[in-house]
Every structure is written in structure tokens, then in C-alpha cells.
Design a protein. Structure first.
Length: 93
């Protein structure tokens, strides 16, 4: 009986591992995209928020901020899904 339980647990762990891999690939892709956007915004350039270039620079920062919010939203949805799975497993066990 124990062997059967272990094999079931092993199969469940493999499924979770595959899900985690696919989620990690998506997170890595999203992170690379966000990193590419952020590369153009070193902290030293914050002085550009004053003067004649301020409107152009502000627009770029707003774009970066929107991308960051989208990433946070994506991560929040992943956490919600993960929590739902944990609660479902808790009800089964």
C-alpha cells in the first residue's frame, strides 16, 4: 500500500515540476522583456525629469511603469492560482 502512495506522490510531484518549469520559462521571458525596457533608464538619468527634455523622459518612465505594473499583475495572478491549488490539495488531504 505504501508503494502505491509513493508512486502517486511521485507522479503528482512530476506534474508540479512540469508546471513549475513552464511557469518559470514564462517568468524568465517576462523578466527579460522588463530588463530590456529598464536598461534605458539608469538612475543617473533622473536629472532629465527637469528642463526641456522632461516630457519625453517622463513618457518613457510612464511606459516602464506600465510594464512593471503588468508584471506585478501577472505575478499576482500566478500567486492566486497557486493558492487555489494549495487549498484544493488541502481539501483532498
Amino acid at each position: 500500500m505504501l508503494n502505491c502512495e509513493l508512486s502517486c506522490l511521485s507522479a503528482m510531484n512530476e506534474d508540479r515540476h512540469e508546471e513549475n518549469l513552464s511557469e518559470n520559462k514564462q517568468v524568465s521571458k517576462d523578466q527579460r522583456e522588463l530588463d530590456m525596457c529598464a536598461e534605458d533608464f539608469p538612475v543617473s538619468n533622473l536629472g532629465q525629469l527637469m528642463g526641456s527634455e522632461a516630457s519625453n523622459y517622463t513618457a518613457g518612465l510612464e511606459y516602464l511603469y506600465e510594464k512593471m505594473l503588468a508584471k506585478i499583475d501577472s505575478l499576482a495572478r500566478q500567486v492566486e492560482k497557486s493558492n487555489a491549488k494549495v487549498l484544493e490539495q488541502g481539501k483532498r488531504g
